[in-house]
Design a protein around this ligand. Structure first.
Ligand SMILES: C[S@@+](CC[C@H](N)C(=O)[O-])C[C@H]1O[C@@H](n2cnc3c(N)ncnc32)[C@H](O)[C@@H]1O
Length: 296
């Protein structure tokens, strides 16, 4: 059974729902109800003319930046002082992430970490290394999806940013929860801080999109693993609450389900909420993805 969606105002906001509302208006309601958030993780529209349904993804650049600054200001007011805001921004327009950074700074946020989300990569044979168990037969290793050559000026875009904003720039995070095991186990105990088989993953995250053959229900999603790792990096605490203002088809909600933490989402396109709810309830597979130009 799908959970009943709640549309009317003056209701009590409850966790583990996606609300069919404008995020700025909704955050005002959170203020009114005194609701505070531990982690905001989201990917807003990038103003690259994607077809989202209701939302117009082709605003004048200044209007777009003003709007996103309003989102930033409002989000600051619902985020706990100890909270984290992970903002995923693509760079098809290469200047855009830096203009957005400036707007978040004006909203009083501090940039604590910059994470590079690598969607695809090719490693030349001579750079593969000898002791990591990867095959080395003089061919390159390629992971993820690659586009055909469509431009003789611009490189294919295989990367997006995840800006980790906090209120102070100095919030303790759980690097080992989001970490990786040592390849060379002799490192354990060698360093004062290496007391178990986990090390800092660092700020380069390779998370390829899944290959899907069927039609895509949403033009711009991130993989579940992305919000999942962001939440883990912030640290899992009892009764914590995660908010995704631009929930799309529910990948942040699914990540929260996997981690056993509560979420709230907003999304203006009702059809996406329906898909999200079906995915969350396990009615349909958490299929996905890709940018349209991906080769599969
Ligand atoms: C880049 S997509 C997010 C996709 C999501 N991360 C996922 O994996 O499914 C941005 C979403 O924001 C929604 N949106 C645009 N303006 C909004 C607003 N003012 N309030 C809430 N949602 C909005 C769009 O309909 C779109 O689904």
């Amino acid at each position: 059974m799908l959970r009943k969606r709640v549309y009317q105002l003056n209701r009590q906001i409850t966790p583990n729902q996606i609300y069919n509302e404008d995020c700025i208006r909704f955050m005002q309601e959170m203020n009114d109800q005194g609701i505070l958030i531990d982690v905001i993780v989201t990917s807003p529209p990038y103003n690259t003319n994607k077809e989202y349904g209701i939302y117009n993804d082709n605003k004048e650049r200044g209007d777009y930046l003003d709007w996103l600054q309003n989102v930033a200001v409002k989000s600051f007011s619902v985020l706990k002082d100890s909270g984290s805001f992970f903002l995923n921004i693509g760079n098809r327009d290469p200047q855009l992430p830096f203009l957005i950074l400036e707007r978040f700074k004006q909203a009083d946020y501090k940039l604590q970490n910059t994470i590079h989300w690598i969607k695809s990569v090719s490693i030349d044979p001579e750079d593969i290394g000898r002791n990591n168990g990867l095959r080395n037969n003089n061919d390159n290793i390629s992971i993820g999806h690659f586009s055909p050559i469509v431009s003789d000026r611009y490189l294919n875009n295989l990367h997006e940013y995840i800006f980790h904003f906090t209120k102070t720039g100095n919030i303790k995070i759980d690097k080992l929860r989001a970490g990786v095991t040592y390849q060379d186990k002799t490192n354990i105990g060698r360093w004062k801080t290496a007391i178990r088989d986990k090390r800092d993953r660092g700020n380069v995250w390779l998370i390829p999109h899944l290959t899907i053959q069927e039609s895509r229900p949403h033009p711009a999603v991130f993989p579940v693993k992305l919000p999942q790792r962001c939440i883990e990096l912030h640290g899992i605490k009892p009764n914590m609450l995660v908010y995704d203002p631009f929930m799309g088809i529910g990948n942040t909600a699914i990540a929260c389900g996997r981690l056993g933490v509560n979420y709230i989402g907003t999304e203006i396109e009702e059809g996406y909420i329906k898909i999200a709810e079906e995915r969350i309830s396990g009615k349909i597979d958490t299929y996905l993805h890709g940018d349209e130009e991906d080769l599969i």
